[in-house]
Design a protein. Structure first.
Length: 94
């Protein structure tokens, strides 16, 4: 998989966003490792892009503060859309 410098770049295409797992190889497929994934939830995308633990911790804190709730719960909400997730990513400038 191509390397992405930002979460916005990684999740810009709806086909690279998923719910229910940090990473998946295919839509409807089972979960896989962050390194093998082709689709990511918001938290998984953060992990994929920010592999440095200190930077990842900083970004996760920033997004949690912006959302006022858990990142995974936000991403996996039943009616959550790709556009809503991307709006948060852009607001957080990640």
């Amino acid at each position: 998989m191509r390397e992405y410098k930002t979460v916005a770049g990684l999740l810009s295409d709806p086909s690279r966003w998923c719910k229910g797992a940090m990473a998946k190889e295919t839509r409807g497929g089972s979960s896989c490792s962050i390194l093998d994934g082709k689709m990511f939830c918001l938290y998984g995308a953060i992990e994929r892009v920010y592999q440095d633990m200190n930077k990842r911790y900083e970004v996760v804190g920033k997004v949690r503060k912006l959302l006022g709730r858990d990142i995974i719960e936000f991403n996996d909400a039943r009616r959550r859309t790709h556009a809503e997730v991307l709006a948060v990513v852009k607001k957080a400038r990640i």
